[in-house]
Design a protein around this ligand. Structure first.
Ligand code: PAF
Length: 287
């Protein structure tokens, strides 16, 4: 059932509205997004509504987290549908700043973290995490949420945001919510819209490969190189899927796992499927 949702487009109007919510004693949750909302976003909003009185969903395609040649120009935009979906979910506020509102003339600050920003996605997307952290810190300062909600699919992003919040004493709690999947296991992503039917079918190989690697590990193989060799051969059966990286890492530091692969280790994959670059991950469990 659709309820009314308030759309703010300037920092001043957003702050005035959220100050009124705070004055009324309401707690505020933030769900940062780039729009083109799907079931993964819906699950973040639902979780936020279960924990906070008021939920703000931001929709901002952040140019600073896209590198040259990436999909900034073609990133799906469907604002009316997104606002309607958020109203149906019961989200009370939508924050839709323009690029000029977010980065006014003369804007010059960037968040840089001495942490694992240059591994996994940071290898092919060198400026990506600086851009993400910068906009997320701005969103935290604009909204002032008690809690902010992110998806587990973007594991590295969530980890780096936690480190930034810790290092800069940002008064917000970070909640990381499980990846939401299509029936064949493909992690939901706004970029899945780029896939042709054939690519869409083969894209499910990402999650299947993570599952196959986990099965091999559960069956007793603990050597990282052999597990990755097995997983690469497995994904090779889907010729439209071109691996960017497939790695087993320490879940806390993202350091390469040396020694036997163990429960809790992070298996992370990124792959190009047609024009889409898709990511997925899982933490190994004993089953
Ligand atoms: O995960 C995303 O959609 C984006 O990286 C985020 C957190 C909204 C920042 O632009």
């Amino acid at each position: 059932m659709s309820s009314s949702v308030v759309v703010s487009q300037t920092v001043a109007e957003l702050r005035a509205r959220l100050d009124a919510e705070r004055s009324a004693g309401r707690t505020i949750g933030l769900v940062p997004t780039m729009g083109a909302l799907h079931g993964g976003h819906a699950s973040l909003v639902a979780r936020a509504l279960s924990m906070c009185d008021v939920v703000v969903t931001s929709i901002f395609v952040n140019p600073r987290q896209f590198g040259p040649g990436e999909d900034l120009g073609s990133y799906p935009k469907m604002l009316d549908d997104d606002i309607g979906a958020l109203a149906d979910l019961g989200c009370q506020h939508v924050w839709i700043p323009s690029t000029g509102e977010m980065y006014p003339e003369g804007y010059g600050t960037r968040v840089e973290l001495d942490g694992p920003t240059d591994v996994l996605c940071g290898v092919t997307r060198a400026t990506h995490f600086g851009g993400v952290l910068t906009v997320v810190l701005k969103l935290f300062n604009q909204v002032g949420p008690e809690v902010a909600f992110f998806g587990q699919k973007d594991y590295q992003q969530a980890l780096l945001i936690r480190l930034m919040v810790r290092d800069l004493d940002v008064p917000v709690r970070i909640e990381v919510c499980p990846t939401v999947r299509e029936p064949d296991g493909l992690a939901m992503s706004s970029r899945n819209r780029y896939l042709s039917p054939e690519e869409r079918e083969q894209a499910a190989a990402l999650n299947r490969t993570l599952g196959a690697l986990e099965e091999a590990w559960r069956a007793g193989e603990t050597d990282a190189a052999r597990l990755m060799g097995f997983a690469r051969a497995f994904i090779g059966r889907s010729p439209l899927v071109r691996i960017d990286y497939l790695e087993i890492r320490d879940p806390a530091t993202l350091a390469v796992r040396d020694g036997p692969v163990r429960a809790g280790d992070l298996v992370a994959v990124a792959a190009f499927v047609g024009s889409a670059r898709l990511i997925d991950n899982r933490q190994l469990t004993d089953g």
